[in-house]
Design a protein around this ligand. Sequence first.
Ligand code: ADP
Length: 400
Amino acid sequence: MKILVINAGSSSLKYQLIDMDGEVMLAKGNCERIGIDGKFTHKTSGGYSSTVDVEMRDHTAAFEQVKRALTEGEGRVVEDLSEVSAIGHRIVQGGSKYDHSVLVTEEVIQDIAGYASLAPLHNAAHVQGIRAAIAAFGEKVPQVVVFDTAFHQTMPPKAYMFGLPYAYYEKYKVRRYGFHGTSHRYVSARCFELLGRPGGVGTKIITCHLGNGSSLAAISDGKVIDTTMGLTPLDGFLMGTRSGAVDPSAVLFIMEKEGLTPAQMNEILNKKSGVLGISGVSSDDRDLDKARAEGNLRAHLAWELRTYQIIKYVGSYISALGGVDAIVFTAGIGENQSLLRSEVLKSLSYLGVRVNEEKNQIRGQEIEITTADSTVRAFVIPTNEELVIARDTRALVNQL
Ligand code: ADP
């Protein structure tokens, strides 16, 4: 069974075609700048790669491009489009209703559209992506949606409520939802396998997804009990361009002083803060590394601030869990920044955590980075959100 995994943004559409026999990626790519000037990238597992400038008027036009790339020319990976058995979509916000993946129906599409007020940048684009996929592949190809929020739905109210008047929860469903759930789910399941405890029964772990956007999850018995992102992906600790948690009155103070609208402040908190805002250099860790090596003090401050905030969250999650068996690092920064991993783990040396510095330097593979006598085990586990989406899609389609 071949499954097409889609991640639709407002002006982009990322795709991956996965052959579920062997779970191998056949091709992947990205339609960027949809509705603007258009750029299309297509890569295959066989080594083919192409990037072309091509106008795509909307998401339906982008799908036409994807269909052609999969079936025609040098980058072709299927004989015929009918080989694509199903489509799985990544959806950012699934509200409190969706604690698992579901087949797409008109009701599901309406629900996703309804949650757009909670995730304005994402959910509207996802609806466009689903509708365009139906238009491009026809009603007969089953479609599945996999929610970033679903895995976190096991959080108890004490973890997901904010200390605001209860009426706002009732009226607007203002609460912590958490994001990156698909990634936390994948790496936690993998961690349980590595620990020899499938399902994670009786196991306490902390998963650290550290990328452009970053979040931590505290997981007990395979269930999330707390996570750092909140109503939106802004909460938690310092990210590439997002502030993470700040005193809410600081936000109000700046808005008043600068005469900013909520939309302008939102842009500052999401796009101009974090590592970029503190360092003034870049949101990208590779640039941050370079600036630190050149002695840039603000780049150094950004590094220290983020590390300190992660250390504080890890400590608080160990308390919330009542102990910890393993810590997992994943995503661009989690998989590559050995120094950050080492600093976070060293903060737990009082618990008997011991880093294997040699193994901690190895990149690009799943590896245990603590020593045999470490009281808590730590792993680097490269994430694979697309595979989780494809697996859920296959499971639901097989029930049809
Ligand atoms: P997202 O999926 O959220 O866009 P990623 O998981 O790809 O983000 O992570 C992107 C981050 O990972 C960037 O800050 C990037 O600099 C960092 N990163 C990727 N590779 C490396 C590396 N080799 N060394 C240091 N940082 C890296």
